[in-house]
Design a protein around this ligand. Structure first.
Ligand SMILES: C[S@@+](CC[C@H](N)C(=O)[O-])C[C@H]1O[C@@H](n2cnc3c(N)ncnc32)[C@H](O)[C@@H]1O
Length: 358
């Protein structure tokens, strides 16, 4: 795709970049329509991907954005955008391929792109969807506009590697993207009216998504099946969900104080040092301990808390290699299940947690 854009960025004109002889007129007609689809920009941190000459960059910057990072991989387009952004200190132009871009987690309120994904492979679109979700702050927005079904411009091309996908492909891919307990919720998807009116082309389509908490239930079903008599592992009251900072265990129903939340078995491990590995259970009362075990069900995913905050307690039956976890308080469906890690103060892998208690 780099070769394609090298061929179409020689003069760095808007006609070349939009691949259309009528580009200037179309640009003026559609610009406000596109900008009107964006969420309020006042004070927001914006990441613009494939910014080209910057025909949206300046307008986004002037609409109250606190910071705009405009990414584009053709040097001539970047130079032109940087030149026209010179009087806007809150705009920075990064000359880089978006497929290798790295940005801090939750560092933007809007990720904006206009005609980018059609120049990426399916795998690259998928990767970019996860990246955008990661880079957005919770509640942030993702806007993109693509040519679907067919090309939009009238420029003759010696070769055309563009992917004119069907709109459902983008809706499904972004709608199914998750990261750290968050996903994309579709706010709207609509055709660009300018292209319908002036080019009889309804295939210029825009999407606006927001980043919202999106539970991913990994293990147990939310409606627990009745425990089977005699079962030695039962964890149907619990589900495990990916949250922003890793997995956690949650109550699948209301559980009264004193009730058994989960029971299970362990298998003792050889060649494993639980001082280093946080996912194994301390399987003796010795300090220092040398016996470590792997627990069944959801037990591994309960996070730790102080005595006051904890709502469960794990009873370990070392001789029988089994455990029971009981509710120490009334627990509501959806509450996170927390217990005090018995080894928090001395296992190397929990030193950060122990430091938080001090
Ligand atoms: C049709 S132009 C659109 C430019 C601008 N978004 C606009 O609407 O005016 C597509 C732009 O995507 C850029 N582009 C394509 N693939 C890219 C990539 N992997 N990384 C960065 N920029 C890319 C091209 O260089 C080009 O500037």
């Amino acid at each position: 795709m780099t070769a394609y854009w090298q061929e179409h960025s020689v003069e760095a004109t808007v006609e070349e970049m939009m691949l259309d002889d009528d580009a200037q007129k179309i640009h003026e007609l559609e610009r406000d329509e596109i900008l009107a689809m964006l969420p309020p920009l006042e004070g927001s941190r914006v990441l613009e991907l494939a910014a080209g000459l910057g025909r949206f960059t300046g307008h986004i910057a002037d609409a109250g954005a606190a910071a705009v990072v405009a990414v584009e991989f053709m040097p001539k387009f970047c130079e032109a955008n940087a030149a026209s952004s010179a009087g806007r200190p809150h705009v920075s132009v990064l000359c880089q391929d978006v497929t290798t871009l790295e940005q801090p987690v939750a560092s933007h309120d809007l990720v904006f792109s206009n005609w980018l994904l059609m120049y990426l492979s399916d795998a690259e679109v998928s990767q970019l969807a996860s990246d955008a979700l990661r880079w957005l702050a919770p509640g942030g927005s993702l806007f993109f506009r693509e040519s679907c079904f067919r090309q939009s411009g009238n420029t003759k091309r010696s070769f055309n590697p563009t992917h004119y996908r069907v709109p459902e492909a983008y809706t499904a891919l972004f709608g199914g993207t998750t990261y750290g307990g968050f996903g994309f919720e579709l706010v709207r998807s609509q055709s660009v009216q300018t292209y319908i009116e002036h080019k009889d082309n309804p295939g210029q389509i825009c999407w606006l998504f927001t980043k919202t908490a999106h539970p991913v239930k990994l293990l147990a079903a939310p409606t627990p099946p009745a425990p089977v008599a005699g079962s030695i592992v039962s964890c149907g009251n619990v589900y495990v969900m990916n949250m922003q900072y890793g997995a956690g265990a949650y109550a699948a129903r209301d559980i009264a104080a004193g009730e058994m939340v989960e029971q299970g078995i362990v298998r003792r491990l050889t060649n494993c040092d639980g001082n280093e590995n946080p996912y194994v259970f301390t399987w003796s009362d010795d300090i220092p301990n040398t016996t470590w075990a792997l627990g069944s069900g959801c037990a591994t995913f309960y996070n730790t808390a102080s005595e006051e905050e904890a709502n469960t307690h794990m009873v370990r039956f070392f001789a029988e290699d089994r455990f029971e976890i009981h509710a120490t308080k009334d627990i509501k469906e959806g509450d996170e299940l927390l217990h005090v890690y018995k080894s928090k103060q001395w296992r190397t892998c929990f030193s950060d947690l122990a430091a938080q208690d001090e």
